[in-house]
Write a protein that binds this ligand. Structure first.
Ligand SMILES: Cc1cc2nc3c(=O)[nH]c(=O)nc-3n(C[C@H](O)[C@H](O)[C@H](O)COP(=O)(O)O)c2cc1C
Length: 212
């Protein structure tokens, strides 16, 4: 049983990351690595782990899709009444993780999650397929439901209620993560990985190498 886990072992030898390779800021660097992930056809390259912390200090993580990225931050959409929504509204400290295994890379972002304004939410909501728009009405995300049938009934009720345009549900929204630190990790042989982290100082960034 143990060997099933402990026996799995890969050497990471695709590349290295040295200080001279870095872009001047973490946003240009993220953009480069994101393009690499897309070019390498990484499955769901914009899937990221979002970790929030409850008011009691308990962390929780889940996958979410990155839907926008600029130097202002990483954007995702969700239900503001969900577990993550409630936690991030009460405590904006957040961590993001992009696990790009085929490239032997990960990117970690530490920062604060700022709730998106309603115009930005509406602009994105309008681009969603009708089925997803109705799903946003039918699903009070993270609440307990009685059965699958209850969910399907709620979706059908939303479909009937909004035969034309589907309005943005009040509880649906999103966050922009403003970074305090961004780490670029490249696997290396012998577990001697490269870890370079940008840390924010006002408008500028310093770069530090961390032991693997
Ligand atoms: C690949 C993938 C992408 C996902 N993208 C989103 C997303 O963009 N927004 C979202 O609210 N949930 C997304 N989910 C579902 C979340 O992982 C999670 O189940 C849900 O948001 C409820 O989490 P919470 O109870 O911690 O708030 C995604 C799940 C997977 C596996």
């Amino acid at each position: 049983m143990t060997d099933q886990y402990a026996g799995l072992r890969r050497e990471y030898a695709l590349g290295g990351l040295v200080e001279e390779d870095l872009s001047p800021d973490p946003f240009a660097m993220f953009q480069r690595w994101f393009h690499d992930a897309v070019a390498a056809q990484v499955y769901e390259p914009n899937a990221m782990v979002v970790s929030s912390v409850s008011a009691e200090g308990r962390p929780s993580s889940r996958l979410v899709l990155l839907k926008g990225f600029t130097p202002a931050g990483w954007v995702f959409f969700t239900n503001l009444g969900s577990r993550k929504g409630v936690e991030l509204l009460a405590n904006p400290h957040v961590a993001l993780l992009f696990p790009w295994h085929p490239l032997e890379r990960q990117v970690r972002v530490d920062g604060r999650a700022m709730v998106l304004d309603r115009d930005e939410v509406a602009t994105y909501f309008e681009t969603r397929p009708r089925g997803s728009q109705l799903g946003a009405h039918a699903s009070h995300q993270s609440q307990e439901v009685g059965s699958r049938q209850d969910l399907d009934d709620a979706w059908a009720a939303a479909d009937a209620a909004y035969p034309d345009e589907v309005p943005v549900p009040d509880e649906w929204g999103g966050f922009r993560v403003e970074a305090d630190a961004v780490e670029f990790w490249q696997g290396r042989p012998g577990r001697m990985h490269d870890r370079l982290v940008y840390r924010r100082h006002g408008d500028s960034w310093s770069v530090h190498r961390l032991a693997p």
